[in-house]
Design a protein around this ligand. Structure first.
Ligand code: GDP
Ligand code: MG
Length: 332
């Protein structure tokens, strides 16, 4: 399984003083590990990295596999001044990933639109796109565990794409569905991207893609969305200050042509934080729902099946209805 991705960038890659290191999702190689960094670079020195051919065409060399400091590395030199590296689990064979590694780099860098390594945001985006695609390739093609293969063969494998701005409760939901647990202080790193597999009796296997909601990663939401069977959009209904932001992100994604027709489940989460008096709980909840529908303009959702549930991952309210609802939406 791909574990991490990193990039070295410098005017002269051999000059460590001038080298910048980017990584996703963890920082594994630090500029302080001079010997390791040097060893990675040294191997590429030998092959004499090609220089950039012209402004719009990056020179991408053959990737090199190395095992250094217990790290299973697969690195590729670009334009003689950038090294992009993949770190795999020790038992993986990097050469299984050769084609996709080269293909993706070509697709992302040499697509005719130009690409700039000077823009840190673009570098971040490159790393996360490559990470997601290579990880998915590994999960679904190379390593496809017996269990997943079984569901694939029977066409009972369903991909659910879970998105929403940060802190709404996405990772908590996935954990709840998977393990039944909830922990207020459970640390869910905002940068972490996660696929969780949940087998559902008599139905199939759900692969839930939990995306990081942080702003800088939102353009990348779409990468994983293409072939989803269902989209789940999650809202923190107790945080009205972020409704505007959340609603505009919602419509940005929902309006994409490539997502036309994919069923949608909207979750209004953290209902436990809404203080209602016991007597007219029902009417208050109804009002809240009405306000939310108006604010988000849900009535404008077209050409897809959709539904809305109020939930609390914390108190478990409606959580047991989510999986049946998912299959209802998918199967119709
Ligand atoms: N009160 C309450 N807190 C929740 C609920 N769901 C998640 N949280 C908390 O909200 C915070 C963000 O949750 P997280 O799952 O990391 O959100 P993500 O960024 O969307 O993945 C965490 O502190 C959770 O414990 C809920 O239903 N009610
Ligand atoms: Mg999360």
């Amino acid at each position: 399984m791909l574990y991490n991705i990193f990039l070295f960038k410098g005017n002269k890659i051999q000059d460590l003083e001038d080298l910048n290191i980017y990584s996703y999702p963890h920082e594994i190689i630090s500029i302080k590990d001079k010997i390791l960094v040097n060893n990675i670079i040294k191997e590429h020195d030998k092959e004499e990295c090609s220089q950039q051919l012209n402004l719009k065409q990056f020179a991408i060399n053959e990737p090199i596999a190395q095992f250094l400091n217990e790290l299973n590395l697969y690195t590729c030199c670009i334009n003689g001044k950038i090294i992009l590296g993949l770190i795999f689990d020790n038992e993986d064979n990097p050469y299984d990933y050769k084609e996709i590694f080269k293909e993706l780099l070509n697709e992302l860098l040499n697509n005719g639109n130009g690409y700039s390594f000077d823009d840190e945001m673009e570098v971040d985006n490159l790393l996360i796109s490559m990470f997601i695609d290579i990880r998915r390739f590994g999960d679904e093609v190379i390593e496809k565990p017996y269990e997943i293969d079984y569901y694939f063969q029977r066409e009972t494998f369903f991909k659910v794409f879970l998105f929403g701005i940060d802190e709404v409760g996405k990772s908590s939901l996935v954990r709840r569905l998977k393990t039944g647990e909830f922990n207020e202080n459970y640390f869910t790193p905002t940068r972490k991207f996660n696929i969780e597999y949940i087998p559902v009796e008599e139905k199939g296997l759900l692969a839930i893609w939990d995306m990081p909601g942080q702003k800088s990663f939102r353009p990348k939401w779409l990468i994983g969305l293409q072939d989803s069977n269902l989209i789940i959009y999650m809202i923190d209904i107790a945080n009205q200050r972020r409704f505007e932001e959340s609603s505009s992100e919602f419509w940005n994604v929902i309006n994409k042509d490539e997502l036309e027709g994919i069923p949608l489940l909207i979750l209004g989460n953290k209902i436990d934080l809404i203080k209602c008096s016991k007597e007219d709980y029902d009417s208050q909840v109804q009002n809240l729902e009405k306000e939310l529908f108006n604010f988000y303009n849900f009535k404008n959702i077209k050409n897809r099946k959709w539904n809305f549930l109020l939930t609390s991952v914390k108190t478990n309210l409606n959580i047991d209805n989510i999986i049946p609802e998912i299959f209802d939406l998918i199967s119709s």
